[in-house]
Every structure is written in C-alpha cells, then in structure tokens.
Design a protein around this ligand. Structure first.
Ligand code: ZN
Length: 178
C-alpha cells in the first residue's frame, strides 16, 4: 500500500512537470514556425562577396549564406537560402537580422558566442535587438537539434574567414601584377 501511494505521487509530479514543459515548447514552437514560414532576408545577393555553403548531415539542412561587405568592412546585408528544417530556417532568419551592420570581426565573435550558448557552454542571453532568440533557448535540450540552430551562424563565420583569406591572396596577386 505504501508503495502504490508513493508511485502515485511520483506520477502526478511527473505529469505536471511535463505539462509545463509542453506549454513552453508550444510558445517557442509558435515563434519558430512563424519565422520558418516567413523568414527574413531569404534569397541571394547577386554581388555578395561572401557566399558560403553549410551542411548539417544529421538533419539534412543545407543553407547558403550571402554577405555583402561595405567599403568600411561591415556587413551591409546578409541573406540565406536553402532547404532546412524549421529550427534551422528560423535561426538562419535571426542570424541575418542580427549580423546586419556588424563588422566582420564582431560578426565572427557573435557567431562564436551563439554557438557556445547553444552548446550550454555560456549562459543563454537574449540580445535586446533580437527578442525572438528566446525561442531557441529550449532547443538546447535537444542535443541533436543544436546543429540545426547553429548552422547558419557557423556558415557565416566560415564565409568571413574565407573572405578574409581570399582578400589577402588577391592583394598579393595585385601587387605581383603591377
Ligand atoms: Zn535541422
């Protein structure tokens, strides 16, 4: 009798916790679904200096990130396209909003910080300019989906590194030709 009483108590507590979690998840899901249906900055930039592909084989997400770099070295415009799950598409949309106007170095740091947040290595902070990012906090519970959320961010970072390396090479070529 004592056993069955204890078991019953656990069941109720478990069910309540589960209910709270699913309410939160529904809230997050609404934001993620809305952004995945109508992502910001979807499409290519014909004269982008940064064009980088990102691939997440675990989920099958594929994105191409485009970045237009201003003469001052800031990201004038960032877009993405590709086939991706809702978390990846929503997170890509947030990334393009977040990175606009940032310098290449700032964008690289923001990408690293976002990745660390999603991996639970640093506390989760929602930037003032991007309140929707709160919806991704819940994704951290699902290790397998973390890469969906980080794909576009790490892809842009790779693109920035390639761009910087490429620019270095071309300036050497130019001086050789003259
Ligand atoms: Zn995915």
């Amino acid at each position: 009798m004592a056993d069955s009483g204890k078991f019953g108590g656990d069941e109720v507590a478990g069910a309540k916790e589960h209910h709270e979690e699913s309410t939160l998840d529904e809230l997050y899901q609404a934001v993620i679904m809305e952004l995945s249906r109508r992502p910001h900055n979807k499409g290519n930039i014909p004269d982008a200096q940064i064009v980088t592909k990102g691939n997440n084989p675990i989920c099958g997400d594929r994105v191409i990130v485009y970045g237009k770099v201003s003469p001052e070295g800031t990201l004038e415009h960032v877009t993405f396209e590709g086939k991706a799950c809702s978390i990846c598409t929503a997170s890509s949309s947030m990334m393009t909003d977040m990175m606009r106007g940032k310098t290449l170095d700032e964008a690289g740091m923001i990408s690293d910080h976002f990745k660390a947040m999603m991996r639970n290595e640093v506390p989760f902070e929602v930037p003032e300019e991007l309140p929707d990012m709160e919806a991704l906090e819940g994704v951290r519970k699902f290790a397998i989906r973390v890469k969906c959320a980080t794909l576009a961010w790490t892809t842009l970072k790779n693109g920035i590194l390639e761009y910087k390396a490429g620019r270095g090479e071309s300036s050497i070529d130019e001086s050789c030709a003259t």
